[in-house]
Ligand binder design. Structure first.
Ligand code: FEO
Length: 172
């Protein structure tokens, strides 16, 4: 059974994962109408879907542990981006924010001596390490590419492979 404090923290995390899914869905939809970045588009769609799975995992956990999961109302996400690099910078910043929020949930679980929730959240800790590493890799590559069109062509060609490489995480 989870305490009210843990329930509130996990419900906030449900909201954040749902919002992440929306934010990346908006990036995917924006990317889909930009020329020549079909794989970047696919990457954002996959990432959005993955965040939805993170949300669902939390919904099930809260409900199974005697709490009540709240399905949140979400603000409209940013729908246009000045560049591909700017979308990926937002993605990295967002993942850092998600990691901080997971850490906060863990702090509360420990305060409440809720070791089951602490254990459950370790999956998210590992996931965030991989997601931040992946986002940093993408940003580093885009920094090198700059305005070089052939570099961007290769980035789009390789992005799904990069996201599956060792040290990063599969996005499918
Ligand atoms: Fe589920 Fe990338 O936060």
């Amino acid at each position: 059974m989870i305490s009210k404090k843990v329930e509130a923290a996990l419900n906030e995390q449900i909201r954040i994962e749902a919002e992440s899914s929306q934010v990346y869905l908006a990036m995917a939809s924006w990317a889909e109408v930009q020329p020549g970045i079909d794989n970047v588009t696919a990457f954002f769609y996959q990432h959005s879907e993955e965040e939805r799975q993170h949300m669902l995992k939390l919904v099930h956990f809260v409900n199974e542990r005697g709490g009540v999961a709240k399905i949140p109302k979400l603000p409209e996400p940013q729908s246009t981006f000045p560049s591909i690099k700017s979308a990926f910078t937002s993605l990295l910043e967002h993942e850092i924010f998600v990691s901080q929020s997971i850490n906060n949930c863990i702090d509360i679980a420990l305060e409440e001596k809720d070791y089951a929730t602490h254990n459950f959240l370790q999956w998210y800790v590992a996931e965030q390490i991989e997601e931040e590493a992946l986002a940093r890799t993408m940003n580093d590559k885009l920094e090198l590419i700059g305005d070089d069109k052939s570099g961007m062509y290769m980035f789009d060609r390789d992005i799904l492979t990069i996201s599956m490489a060792p040290g990063t995480k599969p996005v499918v």
